[in-house]
Design a protein around this ligand. Structure first.
Ligand SMILES: Cc1ncc(C[n+]2csc(CCOP(=O)(O)OP(=O)(O)O)c2C)c(N)n1
Ligand SMILES: [Mg+2]
Length: 324
């Protein structure tokens, strides 16, 4: 695991519960602040998909790398980035992860192995392969987690990346987050998502992305494969986003009942909570304490973000490029 900061994930199944809850509460607060007009630009929430990144990150080790799309707040939290820095970035403040200049879709934290935050659908996938190539060249044993959506999986550059990753045997773990919606309006995808990766000889597995333990199990097999130098691996995590595509999407292409039904029967947090209680692994009291702790972290992050200053106008041209 990466170095954890305050409010960052713990190990163990109760830790998985806490990590998912932190993402849920953070996103709910982000949605509230957006509604108050405090978040500029686009904002895509991860609510409903928490088990995917939480299960994947449960097998990550120090030195591993990750890259994702514009729906990335959960990935940052799971990578151990300070919730305060993410919230401040959403509000465009100087204390934000990208010093208030990236916003929701463009946050970076190389010290956490987090390479964004990308607004162009699928663009992070070849960049992820480049990061994996750098790791292979340096002869590290690190895995690069490359997250993308079900619609992104159709991009030509994803197919090209599969080809190169297979050819060069890159230490790349592709994670297709099939949230049942390829963007704002189109119909859910069919079962062929992994076939393209298989066509290039890449090992694949599909997993219930609403079950964090199942995701962790699949992630463990995949990460061992990649770390053993056997080349890339692709996982399709079947999940569901509860909210609209972005805050601007009223989600009229599906019924309210559909989302309520998934929430009532497959919610990743509620189902783990019930299982932990049923197994006697945790008490209601401990879970209540976790709920309070997470709520406090998120409130503190929002309060600090609201009080933080905007970047100075003179800083506009700073930190836009980096010396390599
Ligand atoms: C190259 C490109 N084409 C179109 C868009 C507009 N767009 C933004 S998100 C999106 C849908 C992507 O869906 P998916 O990959 O399933 O990810 P999800 O939003 O469901 O997480 C589209 C078409 C874009 N940002 N970039
Ligand atoms: Mg999608």
């Amino acid at each position: 695991m990466t170095a954890r900061e305050e409010g960052a994930p713990e190990s163990g199944d109760v830790g998985l519960y806490r990590d998912m809850l932190l993402i849920r509460r953070f996103e709910e607060k982000a949605g509230q602040l957006y509604g108050m007009g405090l978040v500029g630009g686009f904002c895509h929430l991860y609510i409903g998909q928490e088990a995917v990144v939480t299960g994947m990150e449960a097998v990550a080790r120090e030195g591993d790398q990750r890259i994702t799309s514009y729906r990335g707040h959960g990935h940052m939290l799971a990578a151990g980035i300070d919730p305060g820095a993410i919230m401040a970035e959403l509000l465009g403040r100087e204390t934000g992860a990208s010093r208030g200049k990236g916003g929701s879709m463009h946050m970076f934290s190389p010290e956490h192995g987090f390479w964004g935050g990308h607004g162009i659908v699928g663009a992070q996938v070849p960049i992820g392969a480049g990061i994996a190539l750098a790791e292979k060249t340096r002869r590290t044993n690190n895995v690069t987690f490359v997250y993308f959506g079900d619609a992104a999986a159709d991009q030509g550059q994803v197919a090209e990346t599969y080809r190169l990753a297979a050819l060069l045997s890159l230490p790349c773990l592709f994670v297709i987050e099939n949230n049942s919606y390829p963007g704002p309006s189109a119909a859910p995808r069919g079962p062929q998502l992994l076939e393209r990766a298989r066509a290039y000889g890449i090992e694949t597995a599909a997993v219930d992305g609403m079950d964090v333990r199942a995701v962790r199990e699949a992630a463990d097999v995949a990460a061992l494969h990649v770390r053993a130098g056997k080349g890339p691996y692709a996982i399709e995590a079947r999940t569901y986003r509860y909210r609209g595509h972005s805050m601007a999407d009223p989600a009229k292409y599906r019924t309210r009942e559909e989302a309520s039904r998934v929430r009532a029967t497959r919610d990743p947090i509620e189902s783990l909570r019930e299982r932990l209680l049923g197994e006697g692994a945790v008490t209601e009291e401990v879970l209540r304490a976790i709920d309070r702790e997470v709520k406090d972290i998120v409130s503190a992050a929002a309060d600090a973000a609201r009080e933080a200053p905007a970047p100075e106008p003179e800083a506009l041209h700073l930190h836009v490029t980096a010396e390599a």
